[in-house]
Design a protein around this ligand. Structure first.
Ligand code: GTR
Length: 326
């Protein structure tokens, strides 16, 4: 199999290698910020195995995990411009580009991870996926991003009051900045890869994420107070560059779509197992998990909804999500 250095990877799109006389093999490059073994990385690898099998070896995928190709904001630009073929990132960094992605990023919108899965894998997910088309990518699948909660190095959070004055790193999205402000804390948008040292050196007091990220990025080593406020469930997105997509035959596009759907189910399975495993690891390492009453947090989010759910279309989308089972 063909392997690329980081530099070669950045310099070209898919590389075709002649395999024998008739068939060409194309290796598609995919980015992920998480380390090898993380559920999203494994789900994209599974997608790669499926397309390899279903195209009889004409396509395969090489996953560049651990942010080898850059931080999320950079890799989004790379996939949009066709420098890389595939990318798995959070939905939140798309908020300023694709307005409909703002809605699933809203705090306390989804009632549970199951609710989020039902919405994102159904007709509403398809509708939101269309919003990506005009930005140089095709949405292949939404994965489960789990519930995000706050953690910090200073003190346990038992009530909303405890949030006052703390400084949290957030994803580069205005909704996140406003959400943290509405809770009485302050937000510093920053790339994921810088969070550990920013907490360690006291530039920020903490961050917010799900158990698998808190564990795999080792943030638990520097921020032991984890409050299970579960303020938001942000779906993960798996996209393909439009430039690479357009090179596929309609038959291959169908194979890719189906493989992406199959990889979503695989990711759900891996996700559930990893959430439980990560929680065990951080608890064993001494993380203190508190469970604040969520109602005051939910009530505090009203200004965020007023600001972002500001058209009849978006209001209708929120309503339809709330009415979806789960
Ligand atoms: C994780 C997500 C990553 C990244 C990270 C972050 O939960 O899987 O794609 O967005 O959060 O907070 O930057």
């Amino acid at each position: 199999m063909l392997r690329f250095s980081k530099f070669a990877a950045a310099a070209s799109v898919a590389v075709s290698v002649m395999m024998g006389a008739a068939s060409a093999q194309t290796v598609l490059r995919s980015s992920d910020t998480h380390p090898d073994g993380y559920p999203t990385v494994e789900a994209v690898k599974h997608f790669g195995e499926l397309i390899k099998e279903r195209t009889e070896g004409r396509y395969e995928v090489e996953v560049y995990h651990s942010a080898q190709l850059g931080q999320e904001a950079d890799t989004i630009e790379q996939v949009r411009s066709g420098v890389i073929d595939l990318n798995r990132v959070s939905m939140a960094p798309w908020n300023s580009l694709v307005p409909a992605t703002l809605i699933p990023s809203l705090p306390y919108l989804f009632r549970s991870p199951e609710h989020a899965r039902n919405v994102m894998s159904g007709p509403i997910g398809e509708e939101i996926a269309k919003g990506f088309d005009q930005h140089g990518v095709v949405l292949l699948a939404f994965y489960d991003g789990g519930a995000r909660s706050f953690y910090n190095s200073k003190k346990p959070i038992n009530t909303l009051e405890d949030m006052k004055g703390l400084k949290f790193r957030v994803i580069q999205s205005d909704v996140f900045v406003d959400m943290v402000a509405a809770l009485g804390a302050s937000a510093t948008p920053m790339p994921y890869g810088e969070v550990y040292s920013a907490i360690e050196t006291g530039v920020i007091d903490g961050a917010e994420n799900n158990f698998p990220s808190y564990e795999s990025a080792k943030h638990f080593e520097v921020a032991k107070n984890f409050s299970l406020d579960e303020h938001t469930i942000v779906p993960e997105v798996f996209v393909m560059s439009k430039a690479s997509w357009d090179k596929l035959t309609p038959e291959d596009q169908e194979i890719f779509k189906q493989a992406a759907r199959d990889s979503m189910e695989k990711q759900w399975e891996l996700w559930d197992a990893r959430v439980a495993e990560s929680r065990k690891i951080v608890e064993a390492a001494g993380s203190q998990i508190t469970t604040p009453d969520k109602q005051p947090f939910i009530d505090a989010m009203k200004p965020v909804y007023d600001k972002y759910v500001n058209t009849p279309e978006l209001q209708d989308l929120v309503k339809r999500i709330q009415e979806t089972e789960g």
